[in-house]
Design a protein around this ligand. Structure first.
Ligand code: ACO
Length: 377
């Protein structure tokens, strides 16, 4: 048997045009377009189209796609009502996982694996994820969920449903950029999970529910929430050098740092850092930002030589907090963005490969042992 690739590191199992990470140079591309270009000039709706169709839309195609998303934002009343029965103290990612599973129960075409139905269901999920996440937040706060508004963009409507007010153009833009930056990222753990489930010919909801489960973990999407808890635990930038030293001595990880593929600065973190700096100075969030900068300074000396730099989760929390999003909802926001990548990869895999994914483990046990009766063990 071939050598063991622990954590599947370096294993290539399929082809994909969706996104490319140059881990040495710290570059990211969606369909060949640098992420910086998309973050500056595109919208989440356009990026979602790009990931589903593997090309940029024309103006008419984009308008039609935006309308399609708007038309699918709503949830059935009984669906929203069931959120009220979820325990209030569960993690919102657990609630999201359950809610998306429930959406599948109410979809009569859940088992239809025809590519056209996969596409339509995928678009519906992209449209509904913000509505579900916002409804979960409002219910947790003891408030009524808000109906989506079809006069607002994907990001603006999401902000409105979360906070009950229409965002300023700046707030809308920040959320739109954050969604663009998180929309896809190669063969990451949650995307791989989605593909493993999809390749068994299971339904789309099962794939997405599995992906949510993978994203929830603090080594993956859950890191953004862990970063904010880390900042709150430190409390003051002056305490960072000692905190950092103790943390490394105890062999504990600095959350929001390091990446399996990037051995350079994550380009998404660079973009979010600019926004974090902006909101820090404009809206009095300098304490959190200063702590992050102090951690980055320590990491520059002690971790950068090992190729460990800030990743996308390092600065996103400051930006989300400024948008009125509580820390436990940071990872659900990530899911609202990443659903486009999950669906895009599923559509692409269906078209190009569609083969069962089934690796092996090197067997290290014994063989032909006798069966010992229970009373003799
Ligand atoms: N802080 C301190 N040391 C670290 C960190 C970190 N954040 N990340 C990696 N290292 C060190 C490890 O201790 C190890 O050192 P050693 O060789 O001296 O033992 C070395 O770097 C390699 O670590 P691995 O765990 O083998 O690297 P892997 O590729 O498996 O780790 C991971 C990637 C899980 C993301 C890791 O960097 C980590 O735990 N980071 C913190 C959590 C985080 O921010 N996750 C979000 C990732 S981005 C995303 O999913 C959206």
């Amino acid at each position: 048997m071939s050598e063991i690739a622990r954590g599947l590191e370096g294993v290539v199992f399929t082809e994909s045009d969706l996104s490319y990470i140059d881990g040495q140079q710290g570059k990211l591309y969606y369909l060949g377009i640098p992420i910086e270009e998309l973050a500056e000039k595109s919208s989440y709706e356009e990026v979602a189209f790009l990931l589903l169709h593997r090309r940029l839309p024309t103006r008419d195609e984009l308008s039609a796609f935006e309308e399609k998303l708007k038309a699918r934002r709503g949830l059935r009343v009984e669906k929203v009502a069931s959120f009220v029965d979820y325990p209030r103290d569960v993690h919102p990612m657990a609630a999201l996982r359950t809610a998306i599973s429930e959406l599948g129960l109410f979809d009569p075409k859940e088992e239809d694996l025809d590519p056209e139905n996969l596409y339509e269901t995928g678009v519906a999920l992209i449209a509904k994820f913000p509505t579900v996440v916002a409804a979960l937040k409002r219910v947790r706060e003891g408030k009524l969920p808000l109906e989506p508004r079809d006069d607002l963009s994907h990001a603006a409507n999401f902000y409105y449903m979360l906070n009950g007010e229409v965002p300023s153009p700046e707030q809308e833009r920040v959320l739109d950029v954050a969604l663009i930056l998180h929309a896809d990222h190669g063969m990451n753990a949650s995307t791989f999970t989605a593909l493993v489930i999809h390749a068994t010919a299971s339904d789309l909801y099962s794939s997405i529910v599995g992906a949510i489960g993978a994203l929830k973990g603090p080594r993956h999407g859950g890191a953004n929430e862990a970063v904010l808890k880390m900042i709150q635990g430190i409390g003051d930038a002056a305490k960072v050098p000692e905190w950092f030293r103790e943390r490394l001595e105890k062999k504990e990880r600095i959350m929001g740092m390091g990446h399996r593929v990037y051995k350079a600065y994550d380009p998404r973190a660079r973009i979010l850092k600019r926004y974090a700096e902006k909101v820090a100075t404009a809206h009095g969030r300098s304490r959190e930002y200063e702590i992050l900068e102090a951690i980055e300074r320590e990491a520059e000396r002690q971790l950068a030589p090992k190729g460990i730099y800030p990743n996308v989760d390092f600065y996103s929390g400051v930006v989300y907090s400024d948008l009125g999003i509580p820390p436990e909802f940071f990872t659900p926001i990530f899911a609202v963005a990443r659903i486009a990548g999950w669906v895009g990869h599923i559509l692409e895999y269906t078209e190009k490969d569609n083969r069962l994914i089934r690796p092996r483990a090197k067997y290290t046990g014994e063989l032909d042992l006798p069966y010992v009766p229970i009373e003799q063990r």
